[in-house]
Design a binder for this molecule. Structure first.
Ligand SMILES: [Zn+2]
Length: 301
């Protein structure tokens, strides 16, 4: 740079933070046609004089991230012989509508489970000291007193899953792209990670397991381990097929749930007719829902 070649005693001046000699090498002189020396011009500023900057814009992701992966394998009426693990979003969805609670309990009687971390999350949201939306607090409180304290869902302890699997699942959930309005608190994803780790443990024991969750990212991670995920809209469709709900009442319950939890765009049913059971004319069998649900879900992928 300029300052390196300056001889001792050569006048210098600062240019862009660098000492530059003044004189033949440091300033330019030019003559007009009559040979008169014109006023010296300052050295031209060049981008080459600027210090190099490190790259601050990260490169774009090479492949777009999937937003959800709710399972196309589970039929509309569900798998009656499966056990289900419900995440916090599902329980508060149920707790949002008092009439939904006994129907949900009846449909999953004896096979509904939650992770201990989910029970704690429900308890935290139900606590008046926790700064959450009042509708969420009320729904969580109702879910706690009925589903959890009432004993209709079994709480699985942290001892029932492999801690390394939990760590791996948790890391994947934390690395998912977040929405701008999504809070990033230290307890985020603990319930989902524990639920998926439990689903993996039960599946490895030969049980048929479905993960009930509204979060699209959690459904993507669950799918990576072969765990089928269903959201609250699909839970309601099961309740319709089993005769616990009419499609219009179920759609009302879905609308109420959107105040406390979100199902990703593109996955959420947009009308009551999308939830209807294709029950046979004799009213006894809805076997047609199996093929229908599979086709619809596959079409969403
Ligand atoms: Zn049906």
């Amino acid at each position: 740079m300029c300052g390196d070649g300056a001889l001792p005693g050569t006048p210098t001046r600062r240019l862009l933070g660098v000492e530059c000699p003044v004189g033949r090498r440091g300033r330019r002189q030019r003559s007009n046609r009559r040979g008169r020396v014109m006023a010296a011009e300052p050295p031209r500023i060049s981008p080459n004089m600027m210090p190099r900057r490190t790259r601050s814009i990260p490169p774009a992701a090479s492949t777009p991230q999937r937003r959800h992966a709710f399972s196309p394998l589970v039929p509309q009426r569900g798998w009656p012989n499966s056990i289900v693990y419900a995440d916090t979003g599902i329980l508060v969805s149920v707790g949002r509508n008092r009439s939904c609670i006994p129907r949900f309990e009846a449909h999953y009687a004896g096979r509904l489970r939650i992770a201990e971390s989910v029970a704690m999350e429900i308890e935290r949201n139900a606590d008046p000291a926790t700064p959450v939306d009042g509708r969420l607090r009320t729904a969580a409180a109702l879910a706690k007193t009925t589903l959890i304290d009432g004993g209709s869902c079994a709480v699985d302890s942290d001892d029932n899953y492999d801690s390394r699997t939990f760590d791996e699942v948790h890391a994947k959930l934390k690395n998912l792209p977040r929405r701008s309005d999504e809070p990033n608190h230290p307890l985020a994803h603990l319930g989902e990670a524990a639920s998926i780790a439990l689903c993996i443990a039960r599946t490895s024991q030969g049980e048929l397991v479905v993960f009930l969750v509204n979060d699209g990212g959690a459904s993507v991670v669950a799918a990576q381990y072969g765990i089928p995920a269903r959201h609250f809209g699909q839970v309601l469709a099961e309740l319709i097929c089993s005769g616990h709900f009419t499609s219009s009442d179920a759609f009302d319950a879905l609308a109420m749930a959107t105040a406390v939890t979100g199902i990703p765009q593109g996955a959420v049913p947009m009308s009551a007719s999308a939830l209807e059971c294709r029950r046979a004319a004799d009213g006894r069998s809805c076997g047609a829902c199996d093929a229908f649900a599979t086709a619809v879900a596959a079409g969403q992928e």
